[in-house]
Write a protein that binds this ligand. Structure first.
Ligand SMILES: [Zn+2]
Length: 206
């Protein structure tokens, strides 16, 4: 897949469902002794993130988003959703019950994704999607929250993973049976750590 060149910190993982992509905008740079990076500290970074993920929102939405600036309030709401999603996914990955607060936040935001289709006269007729809220940024927020809900439905929840590599905090969908890590870099890091614990040479890169 083609990606735009990174203009701000870019998460080391891409191609995951929208909800995981949002959660993965906080990550550890440099493994176990690395530091936590937040790639969404400003409204500009959030705007860039939404643009980068335009293909994962409803077809009509990105064009409308581009016409309206992201406000500090919207930015705050995206960060709240991200925190709730991280907490919820963490619980799910550990097979425990997510906190009521995290679920309430996700459900609150998910409401903004509600829409209906309407037909207008014409030859042929025109079908338009109408959302229940006007602010396209709230709709985008809602679409990320509802993406999380879809991800946690019975057919997909079993594939949601927290990367088990030391020092990694990313989530991914186990897209093929042999995928154990978010990325080959993490797989390699975990193997090196395992060899170090076993007192063997750590130069293995396979
Ligand atoms: Zn990882």
């Amino acid at each position: 897949m083609t990606r735009q060149p990174p203009s701000s910190p870019t998460a080391p993982l891409s191609g995951e469902p929208l909800a995981l992509e949002l959660v993965n905008t906080t990550y550890i740079d440099g493994g176990l002794r690395g530091h936590r990076v937040d790639a969404l500290t400003t409204t500009d970074q959030l705007t860039a993130w939404v643009t980068e993920h335009a293909g994962q929102f409803s077809g009509e939405l990105p064009a409308v988003l581009a016409e309206q600036a992201c406000t500090p309030r919207t930015h705050e709401q995206f960060l709240s959703l991200r925190e709730a999603l991280r907490s919820c996914l963490h619980s799910v990955a550990e097979d425990s019950v997510p906190s009521g607060d995290s679920l309430a936040a996700i459900n609150e935001f998910s409401r903004y994704s509600a829409s209906r289709l309407e037909i207008s006269p014409g030859k042929p007729v025109v079908v338009t999607r109408r959302w229940q809220v006007d602010d396209p940024w709230l709709i985008a927020l809602g679409e990320v929250a509802s993406d999380a809900c879809r991800l946690l439905m019975p057919d997909r929840i079993g594939q949601v993973r927290a990367c088990p590599a030391p020092g990694c905090i990313l989530f991914f969908v186990k897209s093929h049976p042999r995928r154990e890590w978010c990325s080959p870099v993490c797989g390699n890091r975990a193997r090196v750590a395992r060899h170090a614990r076993a007192g063997r040479p750590t130069s293995e890169t396979a």
